[in-house]
Design a protein around this ligand. Structure first.
Ligand code: PLP
Length: 373
């Protein structure tokens, strides 16, 4: 059977190749420090786990409304200052991204993606058979330049934004985002603002685009409550946009797990304490990793999320392969995040301080040794 043309050129080869190298290195008995991980290394708060268990026993084990449990939608709406009717709960942020893509990206539609960016956006665009237009951000410390957007913006486009950003950790000023939204609005275009890292920030508070007429916000609790396996996400958009996404959601995610929705709704008022501890620790690691990396590479200091994206001055795949085989440190090649990233790698500091110290020593060693060759 031939795969559909939607998926036939979706590539998994880069990730598979890294995975194979990790497997080989592990078989050889090497200790691997994995800094390619895209989730917090914190445990889900035990109070949340307890609640989910209780609600499971109490019968929250069936479908909920497609839109999600009312109490969770109300809690989210309050946080983002929108109406509950503008909130739909999804099975993780990823389902929200696919729903939005299928509902609004037509075949041949222009999908605009600032590079570097979360690799899944490229996949959504491929699945929708869209035309991808990337915007270079490297000269602007990875922040989107509205003028560059203006140059490529055509009617009925779809723009993916993600701040704090994966893979750079960059946060963009609210004024700039507002400009982006206006440029899109003038061209009857939609902005998808993926705000999944919005609660993990250090110096600059990210601004939400919830409530803007032509914006779909995708978010969730995967990262902020360290619960990637629970699959609770949400989208915020005006009711017209939401209704179109509901048509996809009702045959896609259908509803997020009932006990998880109920437990999160109840836990939300207490979640700040957990977040504070996690973000404090991420900040400590960010400061450490940044201070070490900037001695050897050009790197932008991340203001949110838990990634850094240094320019390693050589081909990213060669660098990742050598550092993995020779030093047992696993990083993600920049090429996975769009055009112009072939000299960059992504490092996730969602790992223990002890591992980060060891990894940085080894990276430094490798750079010294390869410079001597
Ligand atoms: N958006 C971005 C930018 C991400 O980095 C991720 C996960 O890595 C997601 C969305 C997906 O989140 P979820 O696990 O809630 O589907």
């Amino acid at each position: 059977m031939k795969p559909s043309s939607r998926v036939s050129d979706v590539s998994t080869s880069l990730i598979r190749r890294m995975f194979e190298i990790v497997e080989r290195a592990r078989k050889e008995g090497k200790e691997i420090i994995n800094l390619s991980i895209g989730e917090p290394d914190f445990k889900t708060p035990p109070e949340l786990v307890e609640r989910a268990y209780e609600y499971m026993k109490a019968g929250y084990t069936h479908y909920t409304s497609n839109l999600g449990l009312e109490e969770l939608r109300v809690a989210i709406a309050e946080r983002y200052n929108v109406e509950p009717s503008e909130v739909m709960v999804t099975t993780g942020g990823s389902e929200g991204l696919l729903n939005a893509s299928l509902a609004f990206i037509d075949e041949g539609c222009n999908v605009i993606i600032p590079s570097p960016n979360f690799l899944s956006y490229f996949t959504y665009a491929k699945i929708c058979r869209a035309r991808v237009i990337q915007i270079r951000t490297h000269e602007d410390c990875f922040e989107i330049d509205p003028d560059r957007l203006n140059e490529v913006m055509r009617k009925n486009s779809f723009v993916f934004l993600n701040y704090p950003n994966n893979p750079t950790g960059v946060v963009v000023d609210g004024r700039v985002l507002k400009e982006v939204v206006e440029i899109a609005r003038d061209k009857d275009s939609i902005v998808l603002s993926d705000e999944i890292y919005d609660r993990i920030h250090y110096d600059r508070k990210p601004r939400t685009l919830a409530g803007e007429e032509n914006v779909i916000v995708v978010n969730g609790f995967s990262k902020s409550l360290a619960m990637t396996g629970w699959r609770i996400g949400f989208v915020i958009a005006n009711e017209n946009l939401l209704n179109e996404m509901l048509k996809v959601h009702q045959v896609n995610g259908v509803c997020a797990p009932a006990f998880a929705q109920k437990a999160v709704a109840e836990f939300l008022p207490e979640s700040e304490r957990f977040l504070k501890v996690m973000v404090r620790e991420f900040r400590r690691r960010r400061d450490f990793v940044y201070s070490r990396l900037k001695r050897i590479f050009d790197v932008v200091k991340p203001e949110g999320a838990f990634y850094m994206f240094p320019d390693v001055g050589m081909d990213c795949e060669h660098f990742c392969e050598r550092i993995l085989i020779e030093k047992g440190v696993c990083l993600t090649p920049g090429r996975a995040f769009g055009d112009w990233n072939e000299r960059y790698v992504r490092l996730s500091f969602a790992n223990s301080m002890e591992n980060l110290k060891k990894a940085l020593d080894r990276i430094e060693e490798y750079v010294e040794e390869s410079g001597e060759e």
